[in-house]
Design a protein around this ligand. Structure first.
Ligand SMILES: *Cc1c(COP(=O)(O)O)cnc(C)c1O
Length: 356
């Protein structure tokens, strides 16, 4: 892919970078932000004033609709640096399409493609020093849209802000993850907003996840809201199961987020000759596979952690341990994906996007 550059975006640079204040060897995920951010307003029926400005606090009315009705969507992506100092994005076209799919469902106007890519290109190259080379180091990019019209009537806002902030991150490793299969709570329902990155989807997960944490687990594997019979997502990641040497994952639908990592892993696995089945995955099938020893792996897939192996799951008060695999798909496809992201391998799919 090549960069689009129409020079619509006004840039006002910081006088002095804050980069020397940041300890890059001790980063907490999403706590530090780079020097610049992108802001664009929607007003009078159009997106206007696309600007890059110094990162900092903003003034917003307490009556802005986002605070009352949660009209907000976001994206999560990363910029990577290779050993020659070049910066890369990974399939940013997917994030662009997805934020507009999310926006449409929340009655937010679609953002402009030319502004999106110009903002990314300019921001990432301005703050390129904030991306450190080396495995796991990246600049986490958070585009989001919020409803800013003042007024507490429950109707779609007529004004919005599209913002991009960026946060330097290191490898996201929290050890092996133990999960609880949801038997009561649900993340998403048929006809709902589960397929979007709507802000409220995450708030709704905190309480059930806290209950899981109290029991010594880190995440919830969400099941279908109707019957709690089918496995759908792991926390805020898509989820894969390896039974024998077959990789299983749920098809995307209106309850499941269409993850870029998920679809990339499916492609890499298929092309590596792995049998991949994209179909509903019953809890009973995975419990049976755990009991008869054919369940070899469970892992989550998402931009932040890339791939997170699951070491145990609980269902109906029983805990099923998943033995460590020598030749794990999780390790193999995480490496294959990162080799493409960090420009260490061929990119036969055209997934890498150069930032200059
Ligand atoms: C963001 C997200 C994912 C992962 O998507 P990626 O594009 O791979 O980062 C999966 N599930 C949910 C609910 C998400 O919000």
């Amino acid at each position: 892919m090549t960069a689009i550059s129409n020079k619509n975006v006004r840039v006002s640079k910081v006088e002095k970078s804050r980069i020397s204040e940041v300890d890059f060897s001790n980063l907490v995920f999403g706590k530090n932000f780079s020097d610049h951010m992108f802001v664009c307003d929607y007003k009078d029926g159009k997106w206007q004033n696309p600007s890059i400005i110094p990162y900092g606090d903003m003034t917003i009315s307490p009556a802005a609709k986002v605070f009352h009705y949660g009209q907000a969507v976001f994206e999560g992506m990363k910029a990577y640096k290779d050993d020659n100092g070049n910066a890369w994005l990974f399939r940013p076209d997917q994030n662009f399409k997805r934020i507009n799919r999310s926006s449409e469902r929340l009655a937010i106007p679609a953002f402009r493609e030319d502004y999106f890519f110009e903002a990314l290109d300019t921001l990432v190259s301005l703050d390129k020093e904030w991306i450190k080379p080396g495995d796991g180091n990246a600049l986490y990019i958070r585009p989001f849209v919020i409803a800013t019209e003042v007024g507490v009537s429950a109707s779609p806002s007529t004004e919005y802000k599209f913002i991009i902030v960026m946060s330097p991150v290191q490898a996201y490793y929290k050890g092996d993850v133990k999960v609880v299969v949801a038997e009561h709570f649900s993340r998403a329902a048929d006809g709902g907003v589960g397929f979007t990155k709507a802000a409220g989807n995450y708030a709704g997960q905190f309480y059930p996840t806290n209950l899981a944490k109290e029991k010594g687990f880190q995440q919830v594997i969400w099941t279908d809201a109707n019957e709690h019979k089918y496995l759908e997502e792991a926390g805020t990641m898509n989820v894969f199961f390896r039974v024998g040497d077959t990789l299983l994952t749920a098809p995307t639908n209106d309850r499941i987020l269409d993850g870029v990592t998920r679809k990339s892993v499916i492609q890499l696995a298929k092309d590596a000759g792995v049998n991949v089945e994209v179909r509903r995955v019953p809890v009973s099938e995975i419990v049976e596979a755990a009991n008869n020893g054919t369940l070899k792996e469970i892992f989550g897939a998402g931009t932040a952690a890339v791939i997170s192996p699951v070491s145990a799951f609980s269902f109906q008060e029983k805990v099923y341990e998943i033995p460590k695999q020598k030749d794990s798909y999780a390790t193999r496809f995480k490496k294959a994906l990162m080799d493409i992201q960090y420009n260490r391998a061929e990119d036969p799919y055209g997934w890498r996007y150069a930032v200059d």
